[in-house]
Write a protein that binds this ligand. Structure first.
Ligand SMILES: [Zn+2]
Length: 336
């Protein structure tokens, strides 16, 4: 453990020169970080490493960086309020998709450092009406007896082939990126096809490794200090939905999160969240749903320049960095 701490350059955050450098940065800025799944004990999955998270939080605390609630980031912007007293730099942590490992693995670490964390959940998945399509694909490929699966996508052959688990991960990642652009109907058809060709049935309910938090578990997580906001009803790319579905995805998910939870986040989170995945219609829907702000996945710092109309509009498209646990990753975001 000692050696691990020493070997990591993440602890540069704790060094005096780093704090001095931060104090010279002009203007208040905040990095909102986006995380997903965490490694359970002994697992070697491509997920966030709990020890790296602990080292980062220790470094941020020692470096005097304010760890803030994303709802306060939104309010700080809308009200033009200074966020964190004397500290001019802050970091907010968000965890998307509501997997159970947020509470099993990460929440105790955030609590150890008294760091606010907000999860974003998908009510149809919370209620067990569906499970995520990317997990269904993961399930099929993991259980396929052959590592060569001929499929068809958009009318052309699309062969899935791999030799090692690492190769399967990259095949899966490429397929996932491609499928994000498909309509919900053709996505469902593709999964049916894949399940048949690979001869792996897809269970009606998510198997334990893909478990997400139920409403009951979300309420008990709230009592442990974690907050939750809405992330759409079914996790589609909203700009690809027709007007009626887009309205349902945004407004109904905000409504369900509010009605099921005691202290819901007033921030909405766009699925996928890159430019082109949401637009003026989605921003208007978030506002109509009564949420105070919305998060994207467009990597940039939130900068505070007072309360101007242009800034107000930005509140419904706050930038956010994908969490980078490589040495110095978060430091680079803060300084960028
Ligand atoms: Zn998501």
């Amino acid at each position: 453990m000692r050696r691990l701490l020493k070997s990591s350059t993440l602890d540069l955050m704790a060094r005096p020169w780093f704090s001095q450098l931060l104090s010279r940065i002009g203007g208040h800025r905040c990095a909102i970080l986006m995380l997903h799944r965490f490694q359970r004990h002994g697992s070697t999955e491509e997920r966030h490493d709990p020890q790296a998270l602990r080292r980062l939080l220790a470094g941020l605390r020692q470096g005097g960086v304010a760890l803030v609630d994303v709802d306060d980031v939104a309010r700080g912007r809308t009200d033009g309020v200074e966020l964190s007293g004397s500290s001019r730099i802050s970091v907010a942590f968000t965890v998307d998709d509501g997997y159970a490992d947020l509470m099993e693995v990460a929440a105790p670490i955030f609590a150890e450092f008294d760091c606010p964390v907000t999860g974003f959940v998908v009510p149809d998945v919370v209620a067990r009406h569906r499970w995520y399509w990317w997990d269904q694909i993961d399930w099929i490929l993991r259980h396929a007896k052959s590592s060569s699966i001929p499929t068809e996508l958009g009318g052309t052959p699309y062969a899935l082939e791999w030799a090692t688990a690492l190769e399967r991960h990259s095949v899966q990642r490429r397929l996932g990126e491609r499928l994000k652009r498909e309509s919900p109907r053709s996505l469902a058809e593709f999964i049916d096809q894949l399940s048949q060709v690979a001869d792996v049935p897809v269970p009606g309910q998510a198997p334990p490794e893909y478990a997400t938090l139920t409403w009951e578990q979300l309420r008990s997580a709230e009592r442990a200090g974690v907050r939750f906001g809405a992330h759409s009803m079914t996790h589609p790319i909203l700009s690809r939905c027709d007007d009626m579905q887009a309205a349902h995805e945004v407004v109904e998910s905000v409504r369900q999160v509010r009605s099921n939870l005691a202290r819901p986040s007033e921030v909405f989170c766009y699925p996928n969240g890159l430019s082109g995945d949401f637009g003026a219609r989605e921003r208007a829907l978030v506002r109509e749903a009564g949420a105070q702000a919305a998060l994207t996945s467009i990597p940039a710092l939130v900068r505070y320049r007072g309360k101007e109309p242009a800034e107000m509009e930005q509140v419904f498209a706050l930038p956010r960095f994908a969490y980078d646990e490589r040495p110095g990753g978060v430091a680079r975001m803060l300084l960028g």
